[in-house]
Design a protein around this ligand. Structure first.
Ligand SMILES: NC(=O)c1ccc[n+]([C@@H]2O[C@H](COP(=O)([O-])OP(=O)(O)OC[C@H]3O[C@@H](n4cnc5c(N)ncnc54)[C@H](O)[C@@H]3O)[C@@H](O)[C@H]2O)c1
Length: 431
């Protein structure tokens, strides 16, 4: 696409799913910067509703990427690919060959080999591929990154990050839902949930290679042998439902959580009633299954340890089933430390203060009232950066190209291998 474009950039949505539609919201809020000019979606109902939403004529709507790429000429400057994990690389390869730049959901792919194939294709066709590592665009992490790059705490020695996944998020996504089974989804829970946490480690190390990875974890609790006595196959036929914290009825009907995942047409304007939702959970919906009797086989907790080429160590803890969801970070540098929780939208910078009665001095950095939805507003800030790179403008410091994003995935795949084989995995140091 030509540089310094004055008109809005045009995009084709590949999938009218949850994530693509979040990114497409940018076009509604900034019509002078981005326009949706096409949709690829195999589901006829979702395709029709999405086409209505963006006022698209019949000839701009496709059932498959192959159908789109076989037509002559491009219908947009770029594609936003929000398909599920297994389809990321197979659907992006033809887009690159046809001439589209691509904003691609994370994880990039389901094996390091296919990710390297994608990287090779992006270079071959000279296409831009940006990965949706949205955490980099959350104000909390942007400010921490800025302070680290400015040398506020000296040289980094240690990075600790934590993602605590709530019991209802765990149940929806990783016990009952789309990411609960590695063979079906393609991704492990670490890659699906935390590749962008691993990306933060790489981003903060600013070009220093990760060289060794170890990991422990497993599916310890949500297994059939731990199903409480009296539990049924589905929450609506369960004798102990009223006493169960994992009841689908409580999560989805009473709390009203995760409704957009339960019924895809929800996000395109159709709002099912509680009765309709209850009927789905009672009968066909996978989200109505007992969390101990599902077909889940991904971990419920995992710890990853990384060594960087300069001796810095990092750890990431992913724990599923906590009461209060949150992401935490603690950084130790040669001159101080940073500690904070994403959901607080604030962090502290501490420096030693060895005077009598002091011990340390502390500055709290408040980021104001930032919405914690959409990754602290990061989702749309990321699309803004994609628009800038399409226009040939300078992206922000958060920009996450395919080439830099590969490193976090190398850590993720190495961690899973380490956990499964009980060995430390060595990674190749980049020049
Ligand atoms: N960045 C984040 O924080 C974040 C959060 C959640 C999910 N994700 C990732 O985003 C991706 C999408 O997740 P989602 O929840 O939006 O999924 P979704 O199920 O809501 O959407 C996927 C859509 O792809 C469509 N589809 C299926 N086959 C297709 C094909 N061949 N071509 C085009 N479209 C096809 C489906 O019909 C569906 O509408 C996943 O990879 C997921 O892991 C990222």
């Amino acid at each position: 696409m030509s540089n310094n474009l004055a008109r809005p950039v045009t995009v084709v949505l590949v999938a009218a799913g949850h994530r693509s539609l979040i990114y497409a919201e940018y076009a509604k809020r900034h019509p002078d910067e981005m326009r949706v000019t096409g949709i690829v979606e195999p589901d006829p109902e979702l395709r029709r509703r999405a086409a209505d939403q963006f006022s698209l004529p019949e000839h701009s709507v496709y059932e498959s990427v192959e159908e789109l790429t076989q037509r002559s000429g491009l219908i947009a400057d770029a594609a936003i690919n929000g398909t599920m994990d297994k389809l990321h690389v197979p659907t992006t390869l033809p887009l690159l060959a046809a001439g589209y730049d691509v904003l691609l959901e994370k994880p990039i792919g389901i094996s390091i080999e296919e990710i390297h194939d994608l990287q090779a294709a992006a270079h071959k066709y000279s296409r831009k591929v940006m990965i949706c590592h949205v955490l980099r665009y959350a104000p909390f992490y942007m400010e921490i990154h800025k302070r680290v790059m400015a040398g506020t705490i000296g040289e980094l020695l240690s990075i600790q990050t934590i993602e605590n996944v709530s019991y209802h998020h765990m149940a929806m996504g990783f016990l009952r839902g789309k990411w609960n089974n590695k063979e079906v989804c393609g991704s492990s829970m670490l890659l699906a949930k935390c590749c962008h946490d691993l990306d933060l480690l790489v981003w903060l190390k600013n070009g220093v290679s990760p060289i060794a990875v170890s990991s422990f974890g497993g599916l310890q609790y949500f297994r059939e042998e731990f199903a409480p006595a009296g539990s049924g196959e589905r929450c609506y036929d369960c004798d102990i439902e009223s006493a169960c914290d994992y009841s689908a009825k409580k999560h989805h009907v009473e709390m009203g959580a995760w409704k957009t995942y339960l019924d895809p047409s929800y996000r395109l304007g159709y709002v099912p009633t509680d009765e309709e939702l209850a009927e789905l959970l009672r009968t066909s919906s996978p989200y109505g299954r007992c969390v101990w009797k599902s077909d889940n086989n991904v971990v419920d907790h995992q710890t990853v340890i990384v060594e960087f080429a300069d001796g810095t160590t990092a750890s990431h803890n992913m724990t599923g089933g906590v009461s209060k969801p949150c992401r935490r970070i603690h950084l130790l540098g040669t001159k101080g430390e940073i500690e904070g929780e994403l959901e607080d939208n604030s962090f502290v910078i501490r420096h030693p203060d060895p005077r009598r009665g002091h011990e340390f001095r502390e500055e709290r950095v408040e980021l104001g009232n930032v919405n914690t939805d959409s990754h602290g507003g990061g989702d749309l800030r990321l699309v803004g950066d994609f628009v800038r790179i399409l226009k040939g403008e300078q992206p922000s410091a958060s920009y996450t190209s395919l080439d830099t994003s590969v490193l976090s995935h190398e850590i993720g795949f190495a961690a899973d291998r380490s956990m499964e084989r009980r060995e430390t995995v060595l990674l190749q140091e980049r020049p």
